[in-house]
Write a protein that binds this ligand. Structure first.
Ligand code: AMP
Ligand code: GLY
Length: 451
């Protein structure tokens, strides 16, 4: 018995030694702060050889090479992987995953050893279809709000269902809708109007062929991130996102205006509950349903009276949550990705720092509505104590210009949440452009961070 254990330990050490001796050419798909943060972390790895972003942004040029290939141009991506001998592909956003980039690349004979972080098309349905995700949750006994799904054919039943319910009620367009497909309806008129807009007037095009109508859950939200090889998993630091544009969580929804990690109300006890009731059944569910999955599972939770309920699955990391989560990970990210893609994630250690990170997003004036681009950004060189991740910038003759709604994500580290927040807000004041906006209340609703 002792000999078997000894041989097993030797074998694991041997496997890890092989991993440690590898250097990789890596391609990151995407152009946001999330992808810049991935690049920043991967660049620190001794296993990182060449690093590319497709298409990247002004900031990603500081850690790699941008190539002008779109995230959904699968044939150009495939050519590039061949030409540059890419060994690791990290898919940042959901769209190429839902469209099947993994299924496109995997069968190509010369890509047999290509490692990909991102699930297959069948796994990506967890984000690509709200109805699929709800069916999965119910089938595997994972706590979530009660719901019913309606189609254009069952529109009238949908109206009757709305009228027989109490409010608020949550309506969700089935497919990807760029964060605009969810409406919390305060009364029947609003819900009936929205149902008609999506199902009969195709407000979201094919995204609205089905509508999930679900019970409103009252509570506090948290984002939980899991890296999985389909069999085993690692729980990454959780984060709290600030989705609304206005202070005090008011106004329109955005991609996210800031994030904090850790989240004070997520105690060890609550995390254990989340693991037992949500994470384990989710990973087992993927296995039972024979859904191959290698990559991130981002679980949006509502905590109601200390009980977790799943609001949504995403099949990627969050943005700006990644910018708050990755700086807390001490493990070599390429090593972690390599273990994950090789389906031996359990042999890799995940080390997480106890420090706090506060991320404040600087956005263009007008976002998430119409906004102007091409504003010159000044003051970047004055920022010393903060990581500056670029989301929507472009670089021209050594100067950065705004090129999107969310422009920069400022992540600072502190022994306490307060220290981290203070640094990020101070850095935010140093960076200027015409119309720049940020929320001054990030992290202010949850008390002291750092537990
Ligand atoms: P989703 O894309 O499903 O996460 O929904 C976007 C946002 O709508 C969530 O982050 C929540 O703030 C809110 N939301 C979604 N579903 C519910 C629900 N059942 N009850 C309360 N709020 C919800
Ligand atoms: N920040 C929310 C998301 O990435 O979906």
């Amino acid at each position: 018995m002792t000999l078997i254990i000894f041989c097993y330990v030797l074998f694991i050490v041997f496997l890890n030694l092989i991993t440690l001796s590898i250097t990789m050419n890596t391609l990151i798909l995407g152009s946001g702060g999330r992808e810049h943060a991935f690049g920043w972390k991967i660049k620190q790895s001794p296993h990182c050889n060449k690093l590319f972003f497709a298409p990247g942004n002004g900031g990603t040029t500081s850690c790699g090479t941008n190539i002008s290939i779109g995230v959904n141009d699968f044939s150009a991506i495939s050519e590039f992987i061949k030409d540059e001998k890419i060994e690791m592909l990290v898919v940042g956003p959901e769209e190429p995953l839902v469209k099947g980039v993994v299924d496109y690349l995997k069968p190509i004979k010369s890509f047999e050893s290509l490692k990909i972080i991102g699930p297959s098309k069948s796994g990506a349905l967890l984000e690509g279809s709200k109805d699929f995700a709800k069916q999965f949750l119910i089938k595997h006994n994972i706590p979530t709000a009660n719901y019913k799904t309606f189609t254009p054919k069952t529109f009238k039943e949908g109206i009757n269902f709305i009228r027989s319910n109490s409010f608020p009620l949550v309506l969700k367009a089935d497919g990807l809708a760029a964060g605009k497909g969810v409406l919390i309806c305060k009364n029947s008129e609003e819900a009936e109007y929205f149902l008609e807009e999506i199902l009969l007037k195709e407000k979201f095009g094919s995204a609205g062929i089905q509508v999930v109508i679900e019970q409103y859950l009252e509570g506090i939200e948290v984002s939980v991130f899991v890296l999985t090889d389909g069999k085993t998993y690692k729980i990454l630091p959780c984060a709290k996102d600030y989705k609304r544009i206005g202070e005090g969580d008011t106004g329109m929804n955005t991609g996210g205006m800031g994030a904090i990690s850790p989240v004070p109300f997520v105690t060890t006890g609550l995390m254990k509950k989340i693991e037992e009731k949500i994470i384990i059944p989710s990973i087992r569910g993927l296995q039972k349903d024979a859904i191959p999955y290698t990559g991130f599972l981002f679980i949006g939770l509502m905590i109601c009276k200390d009980e977790p309920y799943v609001l949504e699955y995403n099949v990627r990391m969050g943005d700006p949550e990644t910018e708050a989560v990755l700086p807390r990970i001490e493990t070599d990210l390429l090593e972690l990705f390599h273990c994950c893609a090789e389906k031996k994630l359990n042999t890799c250690d995940l080390k997480i720092s106890t420090n706090s990170i506060a991320t404040v997003v600087l956005a263009s004036g007008g976002y998430p509505g119409e906004y102007e681009k091409n504003k010159k950004i000044s003051g970047l060189e004055e920022v010393k104590d903060t990581l500056v991740f670029h989301s929507g910038t472009r670089l021209e003759n050594g100067n950065f210009f705004t090129n999107g709604g969310r422009v920069l994500a400022l992540s600072s580290l502190g022994k306490t949440g307060e220290e981290a927040l203070k640094k990020s807000f101070a850095s935010a004041e140093k960076i200027q452009w015409e119309g720049r906006y940020y929320r001054r209340d990030i992290g202010r609703d949850v008390g002291e961070m750092g537990c």
